[in-house]
Design a protein around this ligand. Structure first.
Ligand code: ACO
Ligand code: ZN
Length: 290
């Protein structure tokens, strides 16, 4: 019901300012009522606090002491860093309260570009992974994904967003790949929370296709869906659906069998395009959340 209500609401905020970008929004986002009269909001790119007027933001920037998202840096390679945010007030080394406000601000911001998702304001249940491009002025958010701390359905990603100025540069695939690297470290298979948006589905299909084709191309001899799943942390159902859409599956004696004809693989690989930004796995310093 809540989701339906949000679906039918008209877009309120038309543009936002964030760092050096002015960005047109896509969808409604339920900002607090005092922002009802605004069509433009000004975000601090570091703490994600939002304001009604440019002058307020300018005053804020003079005293805001954040230069990166408030969390642990768990990955750094070249100019890219990933920060993990938990809002656990019981953990003394993170400022749970500060992080919580950041998480809420991030949800408000993300909803401007996510149509089909109900926003969960209970940010305590989620971890946030914020990807930044860093320079001498600070770490600038490129995109993020959220992940439930505990998932019964083996979801390894709840919401994913690349900010519009950074889209179509491979960051989406990077974020997806990152979510599977975390799953590998947890020794679990994962899958994104459904439903997926059109762009989300395209990105996931692209990622799954690329990863599976690369393995099939290198692998000699037979391989099962279970083995592929163990190697990639991709859930068996997603592997099956991907390989079926590539027509690499046959059904024999009541079983799905992978038929990876090298010519067919090459044709698909050519069509699959570039892999985008690669994760330098050795630079990921992370232990699973408990
Ligand atoms: N038109 C056509 N294809 C596209 C487009 C587009 N505008 N954008 C992405 N794609 C496809 C392409 O196949 C692309 O691969 P290619 O460049 O090799 O052809 C693939 O998606 C991934 O592209 P990336 O550059 O890696 O992804 P990007 O950084 O643009 O992020 C994302 C993708 C996160 C889905 C982005 O479009 C976005 O933030 N959208 C708004 C929010 C959203 O819909 N999130 C997913 C919701 S589902 C969920 O959260 C579980
Ligand atoms: Zn700030």
């Amino acid at each position: 019901l809540r989701e339906h209500e949000e679906f039918t609401k008209v877009k309120n905020i038309a543009t936002i300012e964030l760092g050096k970008y002015e960005i047109e929004t896509w969808y409604f986002s339920p900002f607090p009522p005092e922002y009802n009269d605004c069509t433009k909001l000004f975000f601090c790119e570091f703490c994600l606090n939002f304001m009604k007027r440019k002058e307020q933001l300018q005053r804020h920037m003079k005293k805001c002491d954040l230069k990166h998202p408030p969390g642990d840096e768990i990955y750094r390679h070249k100019t890219w860093s990933m920060f993990e945010l938990a809002h656990d007030v019981s953990q003394p080394y993170v400022d749970g309260k500060k992080n919580k406000i950041y998480g809420q601000n991030l949800c408000y911001l993300a909803k401007l570009f996510l149509d089909h998702k109900t926003l969960y304001y209970d940010v305590d249940l989620f971890l946030f992974y914020v990807l930044c491009e860093c320079d001498d002025r600070g770490c600038h958010m490129v995109g993020y994904f959220s992940k439930e701390k505990q998932s019964e359905e083996s979801y390894n990603l709840a919401c994913i967003l690349t900010l519009p100025p950074y889209q179509r540069k491979g960051y989406g695939k990077f974020l997806i790949a990152f979510s599977y690297e975390l799953s590998k470290k947890e020794a679990k298979v994962g899958t994104p929370e459904r439903p997926l948006s059109d762009l989300g589905l395209l990105s996931y299909r692209g990622y799954w296709t690329r990863v599976l084709l690369d393995i099939l191309k290198k692998h000699k001899g037979n391989i099962s869906i279970k083995e592929l799943s163990d190697m990639t942390a991709i859930k068996a159902e997603d592997i099956l659906a991907t390989l079926q859409s590539l027509e690499l599956i046959q059904y024999r004696k009541g079983q799905h069998v992978i038929c990876a004809d090298p010519k067919v693989l090459d044709r698909h690989l050519k069509a699959a395009g570039g892999g985008g930004l690669n994760i330098e796995v050795s630079k990921l310093i992370w232990t699973p959340y408990k």
